[in-house]
Design a protein around this ligand. Structure first.
Ligand SMILES: *Cc1c(COP(=O)(O)O)cnc(C)c1O
Length: 463
């Protein structure tokens, strides 16, 4: 069985279920495996021609072994991806001679987060049922995590779900996808602040041991290890389909909290050949700046047309930093303390250089995002969303023609961000028919100040 440790060194050696249910380690660090399980070359070859669900079953089994019976897991994976509306689950679309989109927006909430969260919620339900336990899932969202988490958890046994979103800073489609979920186990809070405020509040709730134990808090944002592992699957699926076991493939990943692109590093650690990963950011470029300069320094959050990436602290960055500091928890802790105090930290140049060969960063400004949506539409007829446009622009800037096949992760359906798309291409993308009544549904949510006590009181009251 895979064993796990915390980046901060204070959680001992742990098993999958602890890591699954806790999310954040009790020492404030993030969990990761002591050694990532590797699939043999034969197993990688055997993925050729497999469906998405079969690929997920094979890639994820090393993490689940010992927790769930194989047959139960197989059924669970099949049910998870049966909720997706495209027969290929994650279809590939060609947008240039050696340029592809991996469409990750055919799930219930039209964004890539459905891939991991639909599965995570089912694994949670299964494990909690066996243990006879209940939990309260608490998450912060800049839009897409919240809706995907709610869609995955609504009405499931043994869990309540509380989602904090920044009031007025998510798109109307994103808000409605959250606030129209009427299941009894759902609590929606609109926080008067930014996404970073929401994320800080969630961290504070986890650090309040009394509160955490009283409500059995669990995390569902992208710090949860299993969520990242589940995202490694689509890298494998796309690579196998595009011949990536035999020729170089580069993935460009629209990046906010650094979870999705980190999942690419998991796929690679499991043995998938990956030529390069591009962490594509919008003007909120803390990750791109770090990869260019070695300096990780907080700026101000700027609202953009790709709001799911409007952040200035990337919660999964700590996992990368852990590797860069040679998995030394003391060095890691010193760095994180410095960042907490000063809002910045520096990593030595030779350490950053090591990672740069695999992982490049690139920031894309708003004019280039709009120009990319226009250009892709004009040359292919494909309508892409602003997050995806960030990825396409970065892929073309970083990966020269002929170096590798470029695959951009298309992280959201264009109809989730209709205003930005219409402004760029002069045409308003429509929601898929099965979601067309979204604007007519009733909403339910509570507005609260960005204050820990108010939010904890509300969670107690509604328990
Ligand atoms: C969440 C999200 C991202 C950023 O993903 P991270 O894992 O936080 O880096 C990018 N695009 C869309 C549409 C998202 O919802």
């Amino acid at each position: 069985m895979v064993a796990y440790i915390s980046t901060r060194g204070g959680a001992g050696v742990r098993q999958f279920e602890d890591v699954l249910l806790a999310g954040l380690a009790e020492d404030g660090g993030l969990f990761l495996p002591i050694a990532t399980p590797k699939l043999t070359p034969d197993v990688w070859q055997s993925l050729k021609g497999r469906s998405y669900a079969e690929t997920a079953e094979i890639v994820l089994w090393p993490f689940l072994e010992g927790t769930i019976e194989h047959g139960v897991f197989r059924t669970m994976v099949a049910q998870t991806y049966a909720t997706f509306t495209h027969a290929a689950t994650a279809p590939l679309t060609q947008i240039g001679p050696d340029d592809w989109l991996l469409e990750l927006f055919h799930g219930p909430t039209l964004a890539f987060k459905d891939f991991a969260l639909q599965l995570l919620a089912r694994v949670f339900e299964h494990v909690l049922d066996r243990r006879g336990e209940t939990i309260t899932i608490v998450g912060a969202t800049s839009g897409d995590t919240g809706s995907a988490a709610l869609a995955a958890c609504a009405g499931r046994a043994n869990m309540r779900i509380v989602i904090l979103h920044p009031e007025g800073r998510v798109s109307e489609v994103q808000r409605r996808q959250m606030t129209t979920v009427m299941a009894d186990n759902v609590v929606n809070i609109a926080v008067q602040g930014t996404f970073d405020d929401c994320q800080a509040l969630v961290k504070q709730m986890f650090n309040d041991k009394g509160f955490r134990d009283e409500h059995r808090l669990a995390a569902i944002n992208s710090i949860n290890w299993f969520r990242l592992a589940a995202q490694a699957v689509y890298y494998a699926y796309a690579a196998v389909r595009l011949g990536g076991l035999e020729r170089p493939l580069a993935f460009s990943v629209p990046t906010g909290n650094f979870g999705d692109v980190y999942a690419g590093t998991i796929a690679r650690a499991m043995g998938l050949p990956v030529h390069r990963l591009v962490a594509a950011t919008n003007s909120n470029d803390i990750v791109a700046r770090f990869l260019e300069t070695g300096s990780y320094a907080k700026g101000n959050v700027m609202p953009t047309t790709s709001p799911s990436m409007d952040i200035q602290v990337a919660s999964n960055f700590e996992r990368l930093l852990f590797e860069l500091e040679d998995r030394d928890p003391e060095r890691l802790r010193a760095q994180m303390e410095r960042f907490a105090k000063e809002g910045r930290l520096e990593v030595e140049a030779d350490r950053v250089q090591r990672i740069r060969r695999l992982l490049a960063g690139h920031a894309v400004d708003e004019a280039a995002v709009a120009a990319t949506m226009r250009e892709v539409f004009a040359t292919t007829g494909e309508v892409i969303d602003p997050h995806t446009a960030v990825g396409v622009a970065a892929a073309r800037a970083v990966i020269p023609d002929g170096d590798a096949t470029r695959v951009t992760l298309a992280t959201a359906h264009p109809a989730k961000f209709p205003d930005a798309v219409e402004a760029a291409i002069g045409r308003r993308p429509e929601l898929p028919g099965w979601m067309a009544d979204l604007y007519g549904r009733d909403e339910r949510f509570t507005v609260l100040p960005a204050d820990l006590r108010s939010i904890q009181d509300h969670i107690r009251r509604t328990a």
